[in-house]
Design a protein around this ligand. Structure first.
Ligand code: NDP
Length: 227
């Protein structure tokens, strides 16, 4: 069977690093996109991974990374880079700087990354996983905690839906995934699951989904999440 290729945007640590590690062990060709390669020391130690510069807030950087996918068509794109921003309790509007940083990373970044890699994925009838969060579920929201992050994840869910509408008819399957509450820098030490189990679950989901699931919003165990 031909070797499969995945590109992970935001692979320096946390969930993205774990995706890189697990796909490399499975024998995939792994492009691990990170904004500061020199700082991605743990990732550098993972065998079989090609670390490439990719800052999702830079159009030039995305264009540079997309060059790899022209050379080597992708079967899977995982858009994992994310920023939580201010840890607010209650309804507290962010300042301009926080707003720009979080929305740029969590919303504009995925838009640009998906657009840049879509053609490469189409040639393989590939899949796109947008790592979202249940905090982006509008119907599931009962608190204003992390207001800006919630708004960004609701927005990126729409980005995923729009990508599903645009690219589904051309053979791609696009899903929004909630990774669970994961022990990473973002999830913190009290989170419920290890990155290993989160990624193991999401890999299983990504193996199973096909065109009939295009546009779905799924938990890391495959359970549908209400929008
Ligand atoms: P971490 O904070 O551990 O890691 C965030 C990752 O995003 C880092 O690799 C970071 O790189 C990267 N990143 C941030 N900005 C950029 C950028 N401009 N360009 C490229 N990479 C960037 O978070 P997690 O691993 O926990 O989160 C991964 C994804 O999962 C995020 O989208 C997050 O919102 C989502 N998620 C996480 C949950 C959890 O419980 N942990 C729960 C629900 C969703 P760098 O090292 O350069 O900063």
């Amino acid at each position: 069977m031909a070797q499969k290729t995945v590109l992970i945007a935001g692979a320096s640590r946390g969930i993205g690093l774990e995706f890189a590690r697990q796909y490399a062990i499975q024998g995939w060709k792994v492009y691990a996109g990170v904004r500061t390669p020199a700082k991605a020391t743990e990732l550098m130690r993972v065998k079989g991974v090609e670390v490439i510069p990719l800052d999702v807030t830079s159009a030039n950087s995305i264009a540079g990374a997309a060059w790899h996918a022209d050379e080597d068509p992708l079967d899977l794109l995982v858009v994992c880079a994310g920023l939580y921003g201010p840890e607010t309790q209650g309804f507290l509007a962010p300042g301009n700087e926080d707003f720009d940083a979080v929305m740029h990373t969590n919303v504009l970044g995925p838009m640009r990354v998906i657009q840049a890699f879509a053609d490469s994925l189409i040639s393989r009838r590939g899949k796109i996983a947008v790592i979202s969060s249940t905090m982006g579920s509008i119907s599931g929201t009962t608190s204003a905690t992390g207001l800006l992050y919630r708004a960004s994840k609701a927005a990126v869910n729409m980005v995923a839906k729009c990508a599903a509408s645009e690219y589904g008819p051309r053979g791609l399957t696009v899903v929004s995934l909630h990774p669970g509450w994961v022990k990473t820098a973002m999830g913190g030490p009290n989170a419920q699951i290890e990155a290993y189990d989160s990624v193991l679950g999401m890999r299983g989901v990504l193996d199973r989904v096909g065109p009939a699931d295009n546009g779905a919003y799924l938990n890391y165990d495959g359970t549908p999440i209400p929008w």
